[in-house]
Write a protein that binds this ligand. Sequence first.
Ligand code: UDP
Ligand code: MG
Length: 317
Amino acid sequence: MMRKGVLKIVVPCYNEEEVLHETNKRLLEVITSMEQSGTIVSGGVVYVDDGSRDKTWQIIDELSKADSHVAGIKLAHNSGHQSALFAGLTLVSECCDMAVSIDADLQDDTNAIFEMVDKYNDGYEVVFGVRRERTTDTWFKRNTALAFYKLMSVMGTDVKYNHADFRLLGSAALKALVSMPERNLFLRGMVRTLGFKNTDVFYDRSERFAGESKYPLSKMMNFAVDGITSFSVKPLRLIFSFGIFFILIAIVAIGYGLYSYYIGITIPGWTSLLISLWLIGGAVLLAIGVVGEYVGKIYKEVKRRPLYVIERTENLK
Ligand code: UDP
Ligand code: MG
């Protein structure tokens, strides 16, 4: 079954005056081409100005006046990439059949949008843009990135390797996503929890077209920590495991301590100190682990995520 619909491309922009004209040109090319070939019913680009201090909004304003395909949203202050994107997705969720999110800097290949829309037309609800392995990347870069994804998954956050925020969402998935009321956004993880029929589209990632990255290393680190702590209670559970581990060591220490005591190779006080050290450590960690379990529950409650997402119903009157 082929389906087709209205496409909105959502672009968060923070101080992007240097790239906007080029970005707009390329996105409009993609849209007009798909409108002409009948792949989509109609398309539009929605720029979200995330409180930029340069001419970004002025440019968006001009572009939207020049072409009815272009729309703009101006946020009152800088809210960060994830929030800006969420704002755009929320506002388009009622007026499109599918939404593509893409950065303003043209690092993601705009031509991959064609393939994403084809997948949507084939019935996929979520299409992930996945960056091909860059052979030009240094060994260090590739492995730190890999370590990052590994750490995330060990800590219980499901992320897709080499997928950032370049993706297509059908309106069912989109509405489910924007109905998540949480404050700590980590969209690429949230999308993964949705389910739906999904697939990947591969592309080569280029350098930034112009301007500089708005994500310095410090922001990246924060983002990684956010990714783990806003998704998973595993770190809390780990405390409990450490507690058990310490208690086990305590048991071994008790055995060893008593044995040494009886064969008389100890100085007075050593046995009791050794044993209580491990036992207390273990007990404290266990206790924190128990508290952590409750904190984890509270954390899940306050997120108020929907309990389920309905993909479709049949014959339900
Ligand atoms: N961005 C934003 N608000 C911010 C920081 C960034 O809307 O506070 C936008 C930015 O304009 C770009 C996207 O988020 O469209 C990704 O940022 P950037 O390309 O600087 O990140 P990088 O690709 O270097 O990780
Ligand atoms: Mg970028």
